[in-house]
Design a protein around this ligand. Sequence first.
Ligand code: GRF
Length: 208
Amino acid sequence: MKNLVILISGRGSNMEAIVRSCVAEQWPARVVAVVSNRPDAAGLKFAADHGIATAVVEHRAFASRELFDAELARVVEGFAPDLVVLAGFMRVLGPAFVRRFEGRMLNIHPSLLPLFPGLHTHQRAIDAGCKLAGATVHFVTPELDHGPIVMQSVVPLRPGDDAQALSQRVLATEHVIYPRAVRWFVQGALRVDGGVVTHTGGEPQLLL
Ligand code: GRF
């Protein structure tokens, strides 16, 4: 059994999708903990209700990013993770934290990376007149919202879309691709070669 630790900051709908898939599809894994940097993260309740350990490491309580990262790493390591899953975790993690978990930490970002790293991705896609948007699951590297791409989803941008409408359409695909990517990791089906991720069984890494 592989241990999964999921980091959230808010709603936690991706975390929920992963927890549900893990149980329903009987992955050789379990979500051992959900950790938040915000005590009011709604997702903590879902985790607790499902018998998953929860922890809060409040970034505001630390004088520097390095001190916060060090405490977060200590707490996360305490759950002996095989994989750390960033699911709407809204703090930038420093290089020391990232290196410690490199190769065993995934993130989801609501854009077709390498386009639109950072915040306000949906509005930026609309403002740029993009005809396509989507989401990306990637291994985490020290550069924000970069790193080897495991899977992407693509959704059309429709005339008249606002950021809210687009984000809902993208989020629905996040709930499909993130559990799938985590399952592939758990199954040992991902190979990373020169920054490019392939599924060893040839599964499609694109959801259209
Ligand atoms: C998602 O859109 C995710 O891609 C982004 O933040 C949002 C988190 O939503 N990083 P949730 O907390 O998983 O519901």
